[in-house]
Design a protein around this ligand. Sequence first.
Ligand code: NAD
Length: 329
Amino acid sequence: MNLKDHKVAVCGAGGFIGGHIVGELMKSGVNVIRAIDVKPLDEWYQVHTSVENVEADLKDAENCDLAVRGATAVFNLAADMGGMGFIEANRALCMLSVLINTHLLLSSQQAGVSHFFFSSSACVYNADKQRTPDVIPLKESDAYPALAEDGYGWEKLFSERMCRHFEEDFGLQCRVARYHNVYGPNGTWAGGREKAPAAICRKVLEAKHSGRHEIEIWGDGHQTRSFMYIDDCVKGSRMIIESDIHEPINLGSSELITINQLVDIAESFAGIKLKRSYNLSAPKGVNGRNSDNALILDYLKWEPSTSLRQGLRKTYDWIEQQMLVAVPA
Ligand code: NAD
């Protein structure tokens, strides 16, 4: 399948990843016919004016019919989500995203869409495999037996399953990527939904600009993670929808790092060292998580490769610009 032969609708296009996907597809000559998000247009991270931009709640079945009308390929990036602080405190809201994916699948099937992309998450993985920081990278089969992240992860796992059965029973070609921590410019960096890379960059920048050289870190700082730069996420998502991969597949970096090391990198950009305090009662997620990329390497001969230092530099610089715009000197 080549996306250039399709008319594409992108759901969740006002968000971080959706906005980048619309931009990159258009840049490469793909016919994106529609971008949809529940947020008012002036809150979208990126607005591409040559596309039909629609404000609509995709939990509503009729809006899903309108969203996919005339499209032959659909990206579903729409979900109520955020970093650990948000998903641990909003489990019901996260689970309600099941309405979005369910109605989008139904509308896509009824409208004769040929390819459907679902953005799943590493939060589907069994928590017992993520108890210690010295992780064994998670391979796709580690989602079962199921013990997903409560709320958000269970919704993703259920929706993956819906995709699988829509393909088996109705022939709708579903492609499912399990994203591992995506970061980059034009995403959430404040307000409570931001994830660790943006939150750490912001905190380091606040310390630099205020002169108060202190930082609060959620957890003990020894938690391990991998973080994927947005350009790799966009490239991999496109490769996956264009592929014949009929099973959920990891899309993540395998560069493992502790949260303390993430802070080290951000401090090096700022040229300062901060006094660290550790908030052990704050939401911190699992102790360790990394992406096993054997399957994607096997299928696509490719894996995300932007180094964290390189990607974080761009993210840090973008957040600094946003902070200066928000509070002019
Ligand atoms: P985001 O919050 O920036 O974007 C999601 C967008 O969906 C938002 O703009 C939001 O307004 C929109 N949305 C929410 N409810 C909606 C509704 N009812 N109708 C229409 N639009 C609605 O998040 P993101 O980081 O761009 O994530 C995109 C997708 O990737 C999500 O499905 C998310 O669960 C998944 N994912 C992201 C990450 C990550 O690290 N960013 C990791 C794993 C999975």
